[in-house]
Design a protein around this ligand. Structure first.
Ligand code: NAD
Ligand code: LMR
Length: 329
């Protein structure tokens, strides 16, 4: 077992995703069974007491890998020496709030958090933004961290990716493990583009296994893209356990590597690949090698897929322009 604990900071720790996430991190599900972790919980002052309750429960689990839990209401203290930062806490959209209001409120959170990461994080820091709008919040945080490579700021597309795997597996009547190489392009929003063109089901190309273009276009794509809203409608609250699970999957693959021969979907800063404007944080097919995400290159993209990608990337451009206008980046 390694002896130096990895410092993991979770923001919004007293929220519902935080509650589903912290215990799994402490159990070793994220960084493996040989890596001790030190948890830092960041909350707003009003929620610190609730975070203290969660910390008491973490103690009561007696996790062998958990070397300590600290609670903060200051981003600078919470991100000091952080190795893995999970930015979950965000301002939810309230009644009568316009998208611009939400972007402005979140700019006030993710700008200072990016600056705190820039100031104090460990040199190997990896950041995953979960709080919505995740891609643009990641862009805001990255733009306040000029000394940290932009590729270390990622946005979560993994929940959409996992949703796509589950839908395909159910349709094909196979286990989820038989499905790979789906891609979620663009924004984590209802305009995302879930793409099965290069997916594999049981070793065969997914389009020929599914063999039903109408189902893909009219059922699969909208089901995956609107799943977040469907969960809110059914549960009366947004997805939490599945979001926490996706965050665990994302960081685990980033640190420990993606399985040979398969890729996952990551909101990563664009280098211009696949026509996505440089600098946007967009969903791409990615593999992790030696602890770094790389965009899978050279995939053919049909005209209709390109149209779907363009719509989603267009929304990212609008969000970027809105936060630029607000002086947030
Ligand atoms: P929640 O309301 O239960 O919890 C959010 C927590 O964040 C609260 O405890 C709040 O006090 C805290 N918080 C607010 N501002 C903060 C700040 N500046 N610093 C630290 N903490 C702060 O919400 P939740 O269900 O846990 O969801 C959190 C976010 O994740 C939401 O924005 C939600 O839309 C998003 N989400 C993203 C995905 C994805 O796939 N990317 C999936 C599900 C949910
Ligand atoms: C999800 O995909 O489940 C969430 O991003 C939905 C939301 O708006 O919180």
């Amino acid at each position: 077992m390694s002896t130096t604990p990895v410092t993991v900071t979770v923001t919004g720790a007293a929220g519902q995703i935080g509650y589903a996430l912290l215990f799994r991190i402490a159990s070793g599900a994220m960084l493996g069974p040989d890596t001790p972790v030190r948890l830092r919980l960041l909350e707003i002052p009003q929620a610190v007491k609730a975070a203290e309750g969660t910390a008491m429960e973490l103690d009561d689990c007696a996790f062998p890998l958990l070397s300590g839990v600290d609670i903060y209401d200051s981003a600078e203290a919470a991100f000091d020496s952080v190795n893995v930062a999970l930015l979950v806490g965000a301002r939810p959209r309230g009644p009568g709030m316009e998208r611009g209001d939400l972007l402005a409120a979140n700019g006030g959170i993710f700008g200072p958090q990016g600056a705190a990461i820039n100031k104090g994080a460990a040199s190997d820091v990896r950041v995953l933004v979960v709080g919505n709008p995740a891609n643009t919040n990641a862009l805001i945080a990255a733009s306040h961290a000029p000394d940290v490579p932009a590729s270390r700021f990622t946005a979560m597309m993994r929940l959409d990716h996992n949703r796509a795997l589950a839908q395909l597996a159910a349709r094909a009547g196979v286990g989820v493990a038989a499905v790979s190489n789906v891609t979620i392009w663009g924004n984590h929003s209802a305009k995302q583009y879930p793409d099965i063109a290069h997916a594999v089901i049981g070793g065969r190309p997914a389009p020929s296994v599914i063999a039903d273009d109408a189902w893909v276009a009219d059922t699969f794509v909208p089901t995956v893209a609107k799943r977040g809203a469907a969960i809110i409608e059914a549960r009366g609250a947004s997805s939490a356990a599945s979001a926490a699970n996706a965050a665990i999957d994302h960081v685990r693959d980033w640190v420990l590597g993606t399985p040979e021969g398969s890729w996952t979907s990551v909101g990563l800063v664009s280098d211009g690949s696949y026509g996505v404007p440089e600098g946007l944080i967009s969903g791409f097919p990615c593999v992790s090698r030696d602890g770094q995400w790389e965009i899978v290159q050279g995939l053919s993209v049909s005209e209709s897929a390109q149209a779907g990608i363009d719509v989603s990337v267009g929304e990212l451009v609008e969000e970027r322009d809105a936060v630029r206008e607000l002086g947030l980046i």
